[in-house]
Design a protein around this ligand. Structure first.
Ligand SMILES: Nc1ncnc2c1ncn2[C@@H]1O[C@H](COP(=O)(O)OP(=O)(O)OP(=O)(O)O)[C@@H](O)[C@H]1O
Length: 341
């Protein structure tokens, strides 16, 4: 469905400086899959989407989307995809129904087909109650659903969503995701989306591509990324000094077949705080507590944390995605919710 080879995009930044927004993007995305592009602000996620949707021309490399070349056959590519940009594409003063109808006409669908598509997307995205209202009167979550409806009017086989849920409250996010998953189920569409939200990528995407500074730095399922690129973490507080108890941790790991735990112990007011990074922490923890008990060490608290995608990002980059501050992005051209022919 998408096949990109060493795609890159450079911009001229402030003072004529070369900004590498996307570097060597190589990937194949299968039909029917749900892929999330996860990364901090400025990682190159939106630029990648704009390249793949032919809204920007690449500086280097090539890509085929829905079987057509993004540079040589942009009209063919556009005719087959839907694109929902970051900013609301819906106009403020039009009624939702008129907005959706204009989109159908823009795509050259004809009156009868447009009417049929409008009814279908209104039903699919549960917009029946708001379809005769103006976009400016809608809530953030409703507006976002209108944006997605606009992207769906041409019945695309492939839908790109740029941060579909950013700025929504948790309830609206959850509601929007119900709709996204329902759309996928109903139409068997290929979905490719960008997100800052670790939990969304973790929960809903079959494939997560972690992007940083224009490059894909990891590409796998969320469980594999977590298993391979970040281990579990056991945190213990023990009474008295830790002296020499590393051997007990290593033994507990060895009997469960787990190799190379890393152990960091710090002295606290009442003893020590010990953080152990390892795989299969759930299997090791009971052996560890028993071993410490048999050695006469008193365990005050024990906590096992499974890795998150943030741990994956932290391990790969030394930075936390959660702590990446938002910065204003460079002003962009106005975005439309669909990509007209
Ligand atoms: N039109 C432009 N001119 C110059 N630089 C740009 C332009 N568009 C993007 N950039 C730069 O390219 C880099 C990647 O930007 P991009 O918007 O693709 O990142 P992103 O991962 O989508 O970020 P965000 O999550 O904030 O949307 C950033 O350094 C950005 O400032």
């Amino acid at each position: 469905m998408i096949s990109a080879r060493q795609l890159s995009k450079h911009f001229r930044g402030p003072g004529g400086k070369d900004v590498v927004a996307v570097s060597d993007l190589t990937m194949d995305v299968e039909e029917g899959s749900l892929t999330a592009f996860l990364g901090p602000n400025g990682a190159g996620k939106s630029t990648s989407l704009r390249l793949l949707t032919t809204l920007l021309e690449p500086t280097g490399g090539s890509a085929r989307v829905c079987g057509f070349d993004i540079v040589g056959e942009p009209a063919e590519v556009r005719a087959r995809l839907g694109y929902v940009g970051q900013k609301n594409g819906a106009g403020m003063y039009q009624r939702v129904r008129d907005e959706l109808t204009s989109q159908g006409m823009l795509y050259g669908l004809g009156r009868a087909e447009t009417r049929r598509r409008v009814e279908e997307v209104v039903e699919a995205l549960d917009l029946g109650e708001v379809v005769d209202r103006k976009t400016m009167q809608l809530s953030g979550g409703q507006k976002r659903r209108v944006d997605i409806a606009l992207g769906l009017i041409p019945a695309p086989r492939l839908l790109f969503l740029d941060e579909p849920s950013t700025g929504l409250d948790p309830q609206s996010r959850a509601h929007l995701w119900e709709h996204i998953l329902e759309l996928r189920h109903r139409y068997g569409m290929t979905l490719f989306l960008t997100t800052h939200y670790l939990d969304e990528a973790d929960q809903f995407a079959e494939r997560v591509m972690v992007v940083d500074q224009g490059r894909i730095i990891a590409d796998d399922t969320a469980p594999s990324l977590k298993a391979n690129l970040a281990g579990d973490r056991i945190t213990l507080s023990v009474a008295g000094p830790w002296d020499g108890a590393d051997a007990i941790v290593r033994r507990a790991a060895a009997v469960t077949g787990v190799s190379e735990p890393t152990i960091q112990a710090t002295t606290t007011a009442d003893g020590a705080r010990v953080v152990v990074h390892l795989d299969s922490g759930d299997r090791v923890l009971p052996h560890l507590i028993r071993g410490l008990h048999e050695a006469g060490r008193l365990v005050l608290t024990a906590d096992l944390a499974r890795p998150t995608l943030d741990d994956v990002f932290l391990n790969l980059t030394g930075r936390s995605l959660r702590e990446e501050g938002r910065h204003e992005s460079v002003p962009e051209q106005p975005q439309t919710a669909g990509v007209p022919r």
